[in-house]
Design a protein around this ligand. Structure first.
Ligand code: ADP
Length: 579
């Protein structure tokens, strides 16, 4: 505002300067007028002196000083003062005073010049006349003697006119200055106040407060400017809103991407990264990070190479962390901006794909292995049957073929039902509401006889009539698998089953009081073809798929299965389903 103020205050200053220049000019003009008036007066006085000289010269030639005195006195009545001086500088006659009172005039400038034979003029203050006078002195040569006739007129008249003009001019200038100052003050007040308001608003807006309203004056030149600035601010706000919304959208998009994106400086320091990148390389994206700390030395090497050469790369890297392996497909390319280089890394997580691939390979290998033994047995027995063998051997071989065929049948049945369960993952809305207590009772009824045969007692400890969305057949199958496992592997006496409620979940529990399962098996217990005791499982017709089926049935119902067990303390399997 200071700058604007000085601009505004320069207005009255300029006006004052103009007035001063104008006044100086007028004074100069007046002085010029005074000078030209005096010059004119000098010429007039010289002409009149010539006439007087024509009269005085004969008188001086006759040495008639009294006539000269008389003539001078007479002329004195007509405002022209005549003084006659001899060659010694002594005043002989004067229009106003007695010649005797005058001191010697020889040294007066104009007299001195006339005594040397040259007429001369001078303007000087006369102490005898008490005013400023114009003098003209001319030599008069009479009978070989030189006299000087000096004529003089007062400048009083012209002085009076000029003084009056100066006074009038002074008042006129004073009045003019007052008017100019008043007008300037008025205009300044008119412009300055809205300007200050506008300036405060604009300053506020510039500091980031775009919600600030601009005061728009009702009229005046500042109105248009205020309207324009207000419109400009609104436009800016709208643009800023759009840019902010776009930036936020981009940030959300960037952070919700499945692919990791990292931007690194030339020294490997992190500039920007999205959530996926931070998750995949295990760092905090809001803290400083160096690529060296990513635990993939090969990637660091590749990145540095790329930054040097500027050539892009694509490669799959393996990251081992906390006993887990991730497979990351990383593309690196260099971004050039002026003289700086930056490295852009995009990361695709291939871990699930690789897991699936290895899962498939393992599955095929497991299936082949499971099928191979019964098939070999069946083929061997069939070949033996072709030989000439005893009826007892024949019966034994046929029984063997039957047993292994059944085993094959079980394997195929379990594989098929597992794949069907996996395929049949349905939406909750497609499922029926089913009563868990009824399912539990059905299963206990089916299994009671078999339990008895195995020397077990099945107890229902609690059976709440809870309802869930689900498939009754599948849940029955899961419970049968768990009860049969307890009968087959636990070596216990009792199988307790229950339907209970825990918070918003229904829990189906199958608990036995048998041998339990050692800790090292627990994590893998629900994997396909995983067995704790392989030979026993095979002997008892187990396929190694029973618990995998239970797990997938629970998953189909958006639930989960867990086991609580310890060696010698029995095992408790829990299927947890949301109510
Ligand atoms: P299988 O077809 O062999 O029964 P499962 O997946 O049903 O396959 O069971 C996997 C393994 O878990 C079994 O081989 C068995 O050793 C062990 N197991 C399952 N249930 C129990 C249990 N109640 N008590 C002890 N071990 C069990």
């Amino acid at each position: 505002m200071k700058q604007r103020d000085s601009l505004l205050f320069s207005l009255p200053l300029t006006a004052a300067m103009l007035i001063i220049v104008f006044a100086v000019f007028l004074y100069w003009q007046l002085s010029k007028f005074e000078t030209s008036y005096i010059n004119e007066a000098k010429k007039t006085i010289a002409r009149e002196a010539e006439l007087a000289a024509a009269v005085i010269s004969p008188m001086l030639a006759k040495q008639d000083v009294s006539s000269v005195v008389h003539f001078c006195r007479t002329i004195g009545h007509y405002a022209l003062r005549l003084t006659v001086i001899d060659s010694n500088g002594t005043v002989l006659a004067d229009s106003k005073d007695d010649p005797l009172i005058f001191d010697n005039h020889k040294e007066r400038q104009e007299v001195k010049s006339a005594l040397e034979g040259k007429a001369a003029s001078a303007v000087r203050y006369s102490s005898s006349m008490n005013q400023k006078m114009i003098y003209h002195a001319m030599p008069l040569d009479c009978n070989g003697k030189r006299y000087v006739m000096r004529s003089a007129i007062p400048t009083a008249e012209v002085g009076r006119i000029i003084d009056m003009s100066r006074l009038n001019m002074f008042w006129a200038l004073l009045l003019g200055a007052q008017i100019v100052l008043f007008l300037t003050y008025y205009i300044l007040q008119k412009v300055r106040k809205p300007l200050i308001n506008l300036h405060t608003s604009v300053e506020d807006i510039a500091s980031g407060n775009l919600d600030r309203n601009i005061d728009i004056p009702e009229d005046g030149i500042m109105r248009e400017l205020a309207i324009d600035i207000s419109e400009m601010t609104n436009q800016l706000k709208r643009q800023l809103d759009i840019v902010t919304a776009e930036r936020n959208e981009r940030a959300v998009l960037f952070d919700t991407m499945n692919e990791g994106v990292l931007l690194l400086a030339e020294d490997g320091n992190l500039i920007r990264a999205n959530n996926a990148a931070a998750r995949l390389l295990n760092f905090d994206k809001d803290k400083p990070f160096q690529l060296n700390r990513c635990h993939i030395p090969e990637l660091v090497e590749k990145a540095m190479e790329t930054l040097k050469s500027g050539l892009s790369f694509e490669k799959e890297f393996c990251l081992e962390r906390n006993k887990t392996r991730s497979f990351l497909f990383i593309k690196g390319s260099v971004l050039r901006n002026n003289n700086t280089r930056r490295l852009l890394l995009t990361i695709t997580d291939l871990s699930n794909m690789r897991k699936l691939e290895s899962f498939r390979t393992d599955f095929v290998a497991n299936v082949s292995h499971e099928i191979k033994t019964p098939l070999t047995c069946i083929t061997g027995a069939a070949e033996a049957l072709e030989e000439n063998i005893s009826p007892e051997t024949q019966t034994r071989l046929i029984a063997m073929i039957k047993k292994h065929s059944e085993r094959l049948n079980h394997i195929v049945r379990d594989i098929l039902s597992l794949s069907q369960i996996e395929k049949s993952r349905r939406h909750e809305s497609d499922m029926l509401r089913i009563r868990l207590d009824i399912i539990l009772e059905n299963v206990v009824n089916i299994e009671r006889e078999r339990a008895k045969e195995c020397g077990f007692e099945i107890k229902i400890t609690e059976n709440l009539p809870l309802t869930v969305s689900g498939d009754a057949d599948l849940l029955e199958q899961a419970l049968i698998n768990l009860i049969e496992n307890a009968l087959r592997y636990s070596n216990g006496k009792t199988v307790s089953v229950s339907v209970t409620q825990e918070n918003a979940n229904a829990v189906l529990t199958v608990r036995d009081d048998g041998i339990g399962i050692a800790e090292e098996h627990r994590d893998r217990l629900f994997e396909r073809f995983y067995r704790v005791d392989k030979s026993r499982s095979r002997e008892l017709g187990g396929t190694g798929l029973g618990l995998a089926i239970v797990k997938h049935i629970a998953l189909t119902h958006n639930g989960k299965v867990e086991v609580i067990t310890d060696v010698g303390k029995g095992a408790e399997f829990r299927i947890i389903l949301a109510l």
